[in-house]
Design a protein around this ligand. Structure first.
Ligand code: ATP
Ligand code: SF4
Ligand code: MG
Length: 333
C-alpha cells in the first residue's frame, strides 16, 4: 500500500489565560491508502486536535512546535500541510484531499441552508463543475449512504432529519469530493447501536470502493475492533501504544491500554464487575513529569516512571508501546 499521510513529531500547544496547554506532545504516525486507523483515548487526550491539525484547522491560539511535520502524499507530489498559509492552498486539505466528519453533527451543517445547497456549495468550492452536475452527484451520494428518497432529502434542513440520517448526510457530504483521507471524529457516539453498526458497515464499504484512508476517532475500543486495521492510543497528548488492531486488543502492551480493555463489558461474563481505569486524567495544565500516566498506573515501577519520559519501544512487528516496563524487559533480555 502506498503512503497517504505522514505525521512526524507533532507537538501542539494552546495559548490560554491560565497558561500554555500542551494538547499534543511529539506524536508520529502514518496512514496508507486503503488503511483504517482507529484513534482512541479518554476525553481530553488530544484526539480531535490531532485530527484537526491534519487539515491545519485548529483555533487561532494553537502553536505548533517548529519540528512538527504533516506530509500529505498526493498524485502531484508531497504537500507540507502546516506550511500552507493562503486560503486557496488550504482548500486542498480542507474538504479537498481530506474530509472530516465532526463530533457534533448539527455543527457541520449551517441551520439556515438546506442539506443539498450545502453539498452543492462544497462541491463547487473544490471543482469547477456546474450546479446541475453538483446536484446530481449530491443526490447520488445521499442515495449511496442509504438515505431513502434522496432527492426529497436534498431540499431538507439538518434539523428535519433524525440523528442517524444526519450522520449519513454528513458522511455523504464528506465523501462527495472524493477525499483521499476521511477523518471520522466519534461519528457514531450519538447513535443507537443498530444505526451505529450500519454507519460502521457503510464506512467499511466505502474504504473498499474509494480506496481512501480513514482515521476513526472514538472512546470505544470495541468500535475500533470492528472497523480499524491498526490502532493508536493517546493519553494526555502522548501516543502511548500503536499496532495492528487485533494484536493490540489481544496483547495490549501499555498499562493504560490494558486498563481500557479491562473496562469493556465481556459478553461471556456479564456478571463480572467492570474495572475502569482508576482516577481521572490530569489537567493538561498540570502534566505529570516522567511518564504522563504514572499518576494512575497500577504497574508503576518507581522513580524512573515519575522522572523519565518513556519512548516508544517495539514489542512486536509494527506494535510499539511507550512504557519503561518494556525498556526493562528489553534490557534484561
Ligand atoms: N482552542 C483551544 N484552546 C485551549 N485548549 C484547547 C483548545 N482546543 C482544545 N484544547 C484542549 O486540548 C486538549 C485536547 O482536546 P481534544 O478536543 O483534542 O480532546 P479529545 O481527545 O478529542 O477529547 P473528547 O474525547 O472529549 O472529544 C483538551 O485539554 C482541550 O481542552
Ligand atoms: S512507564 Fe511506568 S508509569 Fe508509565 S505506564 Fe509504564 S509502568 Fe506505568
Ligand atoms: Mg474529540
Amino acid at each position: 500500500m502506498s503512503k497517504l499521510i505522514d505525521v512526524q513529531n507533532l507537538t501542539l500547544q494552546f495559548r490560554t489565560d491560565e497558561g500554555l496547554i500542551t494538547a499534543v506532545d511529539d506524536v508520529s504516525f502514518s496512514i496508507d491508502r486503503g488503511e483504517v486507523m482507529g484513534l482512541v483515548g479518554e476525553s481530553g487526550s488530544g484526539k480531535s486536535v490531532t485530527a484537526k491539525a491534519l487539515m491545519h484547522l485548529n483555533a487561532g491560539n494553537a502553536i505548533y512546535a517548529p519540528e512538527s511535520r504533516i506530509i500529505l502524499h498526493t498524485d502531484q507530489g508531497e504537500v507540507d500541510v502546516l506550511s500552507l498559509k493562503k486560503q486557496s492552498d488550504l482548500k486542498l486539505v480542507r474538504g479537498g484531499a481530506i474530509s472530516m466528519i465532526f463530533q457534533e453533527p448539527m455543527a457541520s451543517f449551517a441551520p439556515a441552508l438546506s442539506i443539498g445547497k450545502q453539498m452543492v456549495e462544497q462541491l463547487q468550492l473544490h471543482s469547477d463543475m456546474s450546479k446541475a452536475r453538483a446536484k446530481e452527484i449530491s443526490i447520488e451520494m445521499l442515495d449511496r449512504v442509504g438515505i431513502s428518497d434522496a432527492s426529497k432529502r436534498f431540499d431538507q434542513y439538518a434539523f428535519e432529519l433524525s440523528g442517524g440520517m444526519r450522520q449519513r448526510a454528513m458522511i455523504a457530504m464528506a465523501l462527495s469530493t472524493k477525499p483521499k483521507l476521511l477523518i471520522a471524529d466519534e461519528p457514531t457516539t450519538a447513535l443507537d447501536v443498530t444505526i451505529q453498526a450500519q454507519v460502521i458497515d457503510l464506512m467499511k464499504d466505502l474504504v473498499g470502493e474509494f480506496g481512501m484512508g480513514i482515521i476513526f476517532i472514538t472512546h470505544d475500543l470495541g468500535v475500533v475492533a470492528q472497523t480499524a486495521d491498526k490502532v493508536s492510543v493517546m493519553y494526555l497528548g502522548r501516543l502511548i501504544e500503536e499496532g495492528p488492531v487485533r494484536e493490540v486488543i489481544r496483547t495490549p502492551a501499555h498499562p493504560y491500554t490494558q486498563g481500557l480493555l479491562a473496562a469493556l463489558p465481556k459478553l461471556e461474563d456479564l456478571d463480572s464487575p467492570l474495572t475502569p481505569v482508576p482516577g481521572d486524567i490530569p489537567s493538561p495544565l498540570e502534566r505529570p513529569p516522567g511518564c504522563v500516566f504514572h499518576t494512575r498506573c497500577p504497574k508503576v515501577i518507581g522513580d524512573i516512571c515519575r522522572r523519565t519520559l518513556p519512548h516508544a519501544i517495539d514489542v512486536a512487528k509494527g506494535h510499539s508501546a511507550a512504557c519503561h516496563l518494556h525498556e526493562e524487559a528489553k534490557g534484561a533480555a
